[in-house]
Design a protein around this ligand. Structure first.
Ligand code: ATP
Ligand code: MG
Ligand code: MG
Ligand code: MG
Length: 560
């Protein structure tokens, strides 16, 4: 591609509204332009990088047994009502209506659409497992769009969904996709870590995030200095993940509609010998907002829970901290549950800590705790976040912290969507059962930014070869010089047969061309200058800065 014919609007000035390196560099190097808050055009160079990331994603997803399809971005409200998320997803869901006043959303994710598709098309265990994926623009009305492509309101995601007739089959595909993700991020050249994650609004049990290590990351990772243990800090408190509860959704509604917010009101309301009840309590620990979820299986535990509430209240009052019970959850709509998800959205909760009691089934209520034990409930005074230097929860080594950018996320969803949306199949005995599901996301546009964030110097971006927009940047120092112009044209043709090449054929000063070239960050630069007449050009490695002079006949061997 000749630079005079494409659009690479580089900027000398550092844009005022950009605060992280990748955002500044992508603007300055002419990769992106903002349209509205969190909404960007990907200019030609960025489009090429996106295509490369997408190809890597496609290759690895295909190898892992995935099949690509493409679903609509515009989704009917009815589907979201069926899953319950029309209510629970909150203001991040971009809602709109058509000329007939029918409601729609612009898809932030596609569990509903894919579940309805598979429900209608797959009826028998013989067609399972099935893993489908797409690469598509997603929409989320983020509260704080920022850092350029890292947190957009319109962004590109690869989302995959798997359907199974057994838990073993889900485990197998989850592992396969987990490995595919590791390969994808390694191929992109990234320094990343897979961490135990919190299942949040998606529902699910086992879940991992892929975090690119970076100081500007919005997540904190607690990892062991000796073992492979690594967790999102949300998931590495004293106790671990709350997984599932078992009662009716109306109860949540009742608490909400009757606005039972004081401790007395909620405790009284809860003290009804409920089995399997979950209570949530919001308060501050060390200045951080914490939502405590407590699960109780038995009547006896309910009493403990009540005590927990009361003890916590007293201590909170004594500590003079803000406290508010925001509601209780007694229902099973997914791992954290509708009400808690809303609480999390409304209150910018920084951590979730679980008070544990009655955890009597392995990995059911909580992971990372010893099953079969009737745990004492965690009391306010006992709650403490994991800290650097603590022993690792796996017993090996000590904890260190790092910041991470979430580029991928894999979940075992279980039957949360298939049950709500009636995606059933017939098993070998002709019995109808809900499909078991997994879902797997990669932020493709976020990955582009994360690469730029991780690979740069004070002159610009340094693209890893596998995702670089071009492999070679050919620069003619002086296009008005006959010998330089003709040798450049010749090399543009010959190099172009083997490598993706960008040719700076502009009538610009050499200083401008070199500065732009460093800013754009193509791995190999070939400069045609004064020695063109002798058939000698200069080859520079963007990463190492190493410069060598090469005879044009040996050029192709030098570039690799
Ligand atoms: P975050 O915690 O950063 O808000 P998420 O957990 O809400 O992300 P998921 O629902 O897990 O995101 O979506 C799958 C992937 O999509 C994420 O791992 C991330 O790479 C990407 N992603 C999510 N939100 C955005 C966004 N606003 N802009 C760009 N990429 C995003
Ligand atoms: Mg999010
Ligand atoms: Mg997240
Ligand atoms: Mg996520």
């Amino acid at each position: 591609m000749k630079q005079s014919m494409t659009l690479i609007p580089t900027l000398r000035e550092v844009p005022a509204d950009a605060d992280v390196k990748s955002h500044k560099l992508l603007l300055r190097a002419g990769f992106i332009r903002q349209n509205a808050s969190g909404i960007y055009s990907y200019l030609p160079l960025a489009k090429r990088v996106l295509t490369k990331i997408e190809s890597i994603v496609r290759e690895e997803m295909d190898k892992a047994g995935g099949v690509e399809l493409l679903m609509p971005a515009l989704q009917q409200a009815e589907l979201w009502q069926e899953s319950g998320r029309w209510q629970s997803y909150g203001p991040e869901l971009m809602r709109l209506h058509d000329r007939h006043h029918r409601e729609f959303a612009l898809g932030p994710t596609h569990e509903e659409v894919i579940t309805s598709l598979v429900r209608d098309e797959v009826k028998s265990y013989k067609r399972l497992p099935l893993t489908l994926y797409q690469i598509q623009t997603k929409f989320r009305d983020e509260k704080r769009p920022r850092f350029g492509l890292l947190r957009g309101r319109e962004f590109i995601m690869k989302d995959a969904y798997s359907f199974h007739s057994s838990k073993e089959s889900l485990d197998e595909v989850y592992d396969r996709i987990f490995k595919a993700y590791s390969t994808i991020f390694s191929r992109c050249g990234l320094n990343y870590r897979a961490v135990i994650a919190d299942s949040g609004a998606m529902g699910g049990k086992d879940t991992h995030e892929f975090m690119v290590l970076s100081d500007i990351g919005e997540d904190t990772i607690a990892y062991s200095d000796t073992s492979s243990y690594a967790a999102n800090i949300e998931m590495a408190p004293v106790t671990a993940t709350y997984v599932k509860s078992g009662e009716a959704q109306q109860k949540i509604e009742k608490v909400k509609t009757e606005n039972k917010k004081t401790i007395a009101e909620v405790s009284e309301y809860l003290n009804v010998n409920e089995n399997q009840c979950i209570k949530s309590l919001l308060f501050k620990v060390d200045g951080r907002q914490v939502l405590v979820l407590v699960r109780g299986d038995h009547e006896a535990n309910d009493i403990k829970l009540k005590n927990l509430f009361e003890a916590s209240t007293v201590e909170l009052a004594e500590a003079g901290e803000t406290k508010e019970i925001l509601g209780c959850e007694v229902g099973s709509v997914g791992p954290v549950g509708v009400s808690n998800v809303e609480i999390i959205a409304d209150h910018a909760i920084e951590a979730i800590v679980n008070g544990v009691c009655g955890a009597n089934e392995e990995d059911y209520h909580f992971i990372n705790v010893n099953p079969g034990t009737d745990f004492e409930v965690t009391r306010y005074a006992d709650i403490r976040f994991i800290q650097e230097g603590d022993p690792s929860p796996d017993g090996q080594g000590n904890i260190l912290f790092a910041k991470g950018i979430e580029v991928g996320h894999v979940f075992k969803l279980g039957t949360r969507y298939s049950e709500a949306m009636e995606a059933f199949y017939l098993d070998e005995g002709g019995k109808s059962k809900p499909m078991i599901m997994g879902c797997y996301g990669i932020g493709v546009s976020r990955t582009l930014s994360a690469i730029a964030e991780q690979f740069n110097d004070d002159r610009g971006i340094i693209w890893p070869s596998a995702v670089a927009p071009y492999h070679v940047h050919l620069i003619a120092v002086n296009m008005k010089d006959e010998a330089q112009a003709s040798l450049s044209e010749e090399l543009y043709e010959s190099i172009g047969q083997q490598f993706e090449i960008l040719f700076d054929d502009r009538q610009e000063r050499p200083g401008v061309k070199f500065a732009d070239s460093d800013l754009i960050g193509i791995p190999v630069r070939v400069t045609v200058g004064k020695k063109a007449m002798d058939g000698i050009v200069e080859v520079k490695n963007r990463k190492t800065g190493e410069v060598i002079e090469v005879q044009t006949e040996k050029l192709l061997d030098t570039i690799q």
